[in-house]
Design a protein around this ligand. Structure first.
Ligand code: AMP
Ligand code: MG
Length: 408
C-alpha cells in the first residue's frame, strides 16, 4: 500500500491491522468530548466519561454469609450458649452480650463483639433453647468483612468503559443514581446504488432490496449510537454532493456501496473534490475496497456494498473506529482458537472471515461464502479467521470470533 492512500495494485493489499491502526488513530484525533449525566436505567450501551471511584466500603459493615449463629470464639468452651438476640438482614443489632450467641440470617450485620458465625446445619438447639456447635470453629468464619469487595476511594471502572447490565448493577451497589457518559456518536447511514429499493415495494427489473441500511441502522443503535437514516443515494455525482452536504451535523457518514473503482462509484469522486479521500484495498475477504475520508470536514467511511462484505468490514473496522471515537480503549473482540472441521486447500492473498459455527468443539463453515450471501451470516455463530497465505486441513487450528462479541 502506498502512503498516499491511492488504490494499490494487486499484490499490495493493506493488512487488516494496518487499516485498523489508521482508523483508530483517526478516531483518537476526533474524540467525542461532550458528556451527559444519565440516570442508571439509561446507561445501557453508553460509554463512561469519567473514572468511577467508590465512595463506600462494600460491604459497609461485616455481615453474615450464612443463616446460623454469631458468637465470640472465646465464649465457646463446649457448653451450649443461650441466644440473646435475633438479627435479620436490614436490622441493626445490639452488641453481643458476653457468654451468649445471636441468631443471625444471611446478609444481617454481625453484632459488635462477635467474631465468628456458625451455620445452622452445624448447630444443635437444645430443649432449653441453648445452642451447641457440632464442628470446630475458626475465627472469622462465615463473616463477610467490611470492605471485602471494595474500599472507599478505590477505582471501580475506568473512563472509556462500555456500560451494560453488570456495570449498571455495580454502580447501583455503590449508591450511584447516575453516571457521566460520553454523548452518543451521531452516525448517518447512506446506502448507495441505483439498483436499490426499500422492502415493501415491488421489485422492478434489475432492482434488489436494500438490506445494508436496516442492518447497519439496528447494529449502530445497539452500539448506543444516534442513527440518522439518510436513505438511498442514487449513483449520481450531483446527488451525492447534495446529500452528503446535508449531513454536516453528524460525527460520521457511513456509506455502503460505490467504493470500488467502477464507473458508478461517485462517493470517491465527491470526497476527492470536497474533502479528502483514502481508498484502501484491504487484504480482507469478504471486503477489500474501503474508503476513508472527509466530506467538508465530516469523516466518511465507505464500506463495500455486498452484504457480507458490509457486515465483516463494519464489524472489524468501522465498529472499533466508532467505539474509539467515544474513548473506548478495549475495541478488540474476543477470539479463541478451535480446530477447523473443514479443509481449506487454496491459500488466498487476503485474510478470510468465513461465516462459521461451532460444532463438537470445532469450526464448520457455511456452504456458500460468497460476499453477496447474507444468509451465511444469519446461519453463523461467528467469524472463522483464516490468515493470508494459509491452507488448512481438518484439525488445524483457526481463530473464531463469536458474532455476539461484534454485535454488542
Ligand atoms: P458496489 O460496491 O456499489 O459496487 O456494490 C457491490 C454489490 O453490493 C452490488 O452487487 C450491489 O448491488 C450490492 N449492494 C450494494 N449496496 C447494497 C445494499 N444496500 N443492500 C444490498 N446489496 C447492496
Ligand atoms: Mg453500487
Amino acid at each position: 500500500m502506498n502512503p498516499a492512500g491511492k488504490p494499490g495494485k494487486t499484490g499490495s493489499l493493506m493488512p487488516v491491522e494496518t487499516a485498523l491502526a489508521r482508523l483508530l488513530d483517526m478516531a483518537e484525533a476526533a474524540p467525542i468530548v461532550e458528556r451527559e449525566h444519565l440516570p442508571l436505567a439509561q446507561l445501557e450501551g453508553r460509554v463512561l466519561a469519567v473514572d468511577l471511584v467508590s465512595t463506600l466500603d462494600l460491604p459497609p459493615w461485616p455481615n453474615s454469609a450464612m443463616d446460623g449463629y454469631a458468637l465470640n470464639l472465646s465464649d465457646w468452651t463446649g457448653q451450649p450458649l443461650p441466644v440473646s438476640q435475633k438479627v435479620f438482614a436490614g436490622q441493626a443489632p445490639a452488641p453481643l452480650q458476653p457468654g451468649t450467641c445471636a441468631r443471625i440470617f444471611t446478609g444481617a450485620p454481625v453484632p459488635a463483639g462477635a467474631d465468628c458465625v456458625e451455620m445452622q446445619e452445624n448447630s444443635e438447639v437444645q430443649a432449653d433453647g441453648r445452642v451447641r456447635f457440632l464442628e470446630p470453629l475458626v475465627a472469622g468464619q462465615n463473616i463477610r468483612p467490611q470492605g471485602q469487595e471494595t474500599t472507599a476511594g478505590e477505582l471501580i471502572l475506568t473512563a472509556g468503559t462500555r456500560l451494560g447490565p453488570i456495570e449498571q448493577g455495580l454502580a447501583a451497589s455503590l449508591g450511584c443514581a447516575g453516571l457521566d457518559v460520553v454523548r452518543k456518536v451521531r452516525v448517518a447511514v447512506v446506502s448507495t446504488g441505483d439498483e436499490l429499493i426499500e422492502p415493501g415495494q415491488p421489485l422492478g427489473p434489475g432492482q434488489i432490496y436494500n438490506s445494508n441500511r436496516v442492518l447497519l441502522c439496528s447494529w449502530l443503535q445497539r452500539m448506543g449510537c444516534e442513527v440518522i437514516d439518510a436513505g438511498i443515494l442514487p449513483d449520481d455525482l450531483d446527488a451525492t454532493r447534495v446529500r452528503l452536504g446535508q449531513l454536516q451535523d453528524v460525527d460520521l457518514i457511513l456509506s455502503t456501496g460505490g467504493v470500488s473503482v467502477g464507473e458508478a462509484d461517485f462517493l470517491g469522486v465527491a470526497l476527492r473534490e470536497e474533502g479528502e479521500l483514502a481508498l484502501w484495498k484491504l487484504a480482507i475477504k469478504p471486503g477489500k475496497p474501503l474508503t476513508f475520508g472527509h466530506f467538508r470536514g465530516v469523516p466518511v467511511i465507505g464500506l463495500p456494498g455486498n452484504p457480507a462484505s458490509t457486515l465483516v468490514t463494519f464489524a472489524l473496522l468501522a465498529r472499533p473506529y466508532i467505539l474509539r471515537r467515544q474513548g473506548v480503549q478495549d475495541v478488540t473482540p474476543l477470539k479463541f482458537r478451535v480446530p477447523a472441521r473443514f479443509d481449506w486447500p487454496q491459500a488466498g492473498n487476503r485474510r478470510e472471515y468465513l461465516r462459521g459455527r461451532l460444532d463438537q468443539g470445532g469450526a464448520i463453515i457455511y456452504r456458500n461464502q460468497s460476499s453477496g450471501v447474507l444468509r451465511s451470516a444469519a446461519w453463523a455463530e461467528g467469524l472463522v479467521e483464516v490468515m493470508e497465505g494459509r491452507t488448512l486441513s481438518k484439525g488445524d487450528e483457526v481463530s473464531f470470533i463469536p458474532l455476539s462479541e461484534l454485535l454488542a
